[in-house]
Ligand binder design. Structure first.
Ligand SMILES: [Mn+2]
Length: 341
């Protein structure tokens, strides 16, 4: 077990909080990804097995490719069931905050979560706010799911991880680590994954559920993006894709359709930076992926009100679409020059 993920004094505090059956709410961030929902549902299954009442509450409905996760149908989403979502949080004894570390990441759930006296944070993003009474923050962890598995083991509850929890946690581990390809994957990461596999996790079902779920419209939008909207800058080893609202409408865009588009840029030989700009009604979404020593999280924090990880981060711009792309292009040479390969 990684001691870094689970400091003994924090584990002790949590152990005491969970000594008697409690009403527990588990929340995660806006636009929840595989790690957000996987860690939340994984923890929910374990806490229920330990005799607690536990419910996952999310600020908005996740993409439906994650619907296969055991327990997904019980998740309360603020956009679908606002009253139940808020009252579940407000009446809980304790709220777990998973895979985010600033309360402005949970949209309309923020106030309800603030109103609960005791909060437990489990997260692997940088620069955490200190709003939680119990605090597990490990920026070296490959996923929040990995941290949850460590913390559960640290609490002596490892035997409560069954097939359902293992399926949820394994899913988040692979979605956040690019199926264990990112540098964040350590021998410990794979030992945690191995322990989850012991529960009989069906890998084929998970991989198929998370990768083979695209609509024909989405595949055509991808083809269009790569053919018509991709700029390759060999001298900067950078690929930029931009899709405006007209482009998206042409292909009946649905939220989640552009998920993963940014990664195609990096699959071109020699590229070390890929950028994706998506025009939304209220803003321009910016996603960056990089290879090696090119910290895109700091760049986005400084220029596009964003953040994330060194090699994978997101942000936004409020100016018109073309202006946002132009501003990025003007900042790009310096970003590359400041971080020679
Ligand atoms: Mn995560």
């Amino acid at each position: 077990m990684s001691e870094h993920s689970a400091p003994p004094e924090q584990l002790q505090k949590l152990r005491e909080l969970l000594a008697k059956p409690k009403r527990l709410a588990i929340v995660s961030h806006y636009n929840p990804d595989g790690d957000a929902i996987g860690s939340s549902l994984g923890l929910m299954h374990v806490l229920r097995a330990a005799g607690h009442t536990a419910r996952v509450v999310l600020p908005n409905t996740p993409a439906n490719f994650l619907d296969f996760l055991p327990g997904r149908s019980e998740v309360l989403c603020l956009d679908r069931s606002p009253d139940a979502a808020l009252s579940t949080i407000r009446t809980s004894d304790l709220v777990f905050c998973l895979d985010f570390n600033q309360l402005d990441r949970i949209g309309g759930l923020e106030e309800a979560v603030r109103s609960v006296a005791t909060k437990v944070l489990i997260d692997h993003h940088q620069q955490p706010d200190t709003f939680a009474e119990v605090f597990f923050s490990d920026i070296s962890a490959s996923s929040t799911c990995q941290m949850v598995a460590d913390i559960v083991a640290g609490l002596g509850m490892d035997d409560l991880i069954g097939l359902e929890a293992a399926t949820c946690l394994y899913t988040g581990m692979i979605t956040d680590s690019g199926s264990f390809r990112y540098k964040t994957s350590t021998p410990h990461t794979l030992r945690v994954a191995a322990r989850l596999l012991e529960e009989g996790v069906d890998l084929d079902t998970i991989y198929s559920a998370i990768s083979d779920t695209h609509s024909a419209d989405r595949m055509r939008l991808l083809g269009f993006a790569l053919t018509e909207r991709m700029t390759v800058l060999p001298e900067l080893r950078t690929v930029v894709i931009g899709l405006n609202m007209d482009d998206l409408e042409q292909f009946n865009f649905k939220p989640g359709d552009t998920e993963g588009f940014v990664n195609y840029g990096l699959s071109i030989q020699g590229m070390r930076l890929a950028a994706l700009f998506i025009e939304r009604p209220d803003m321009v979404k910016v996603s960056l992926r990089s290879k090696g020593n090119l910290p895109v999280d700091r760049f986005l924090k400084e220029h596009f009100s964003g953040g994330g990880h060194a090699n994978a981060a997101g942000g936004k711009a409020t100016e018109p679409f073309q202006d946002a792309v132009a501003r990025f292009m003007s900042l790009l040479p310096k970003l590359i020059a400041d971080h020679p390969a």
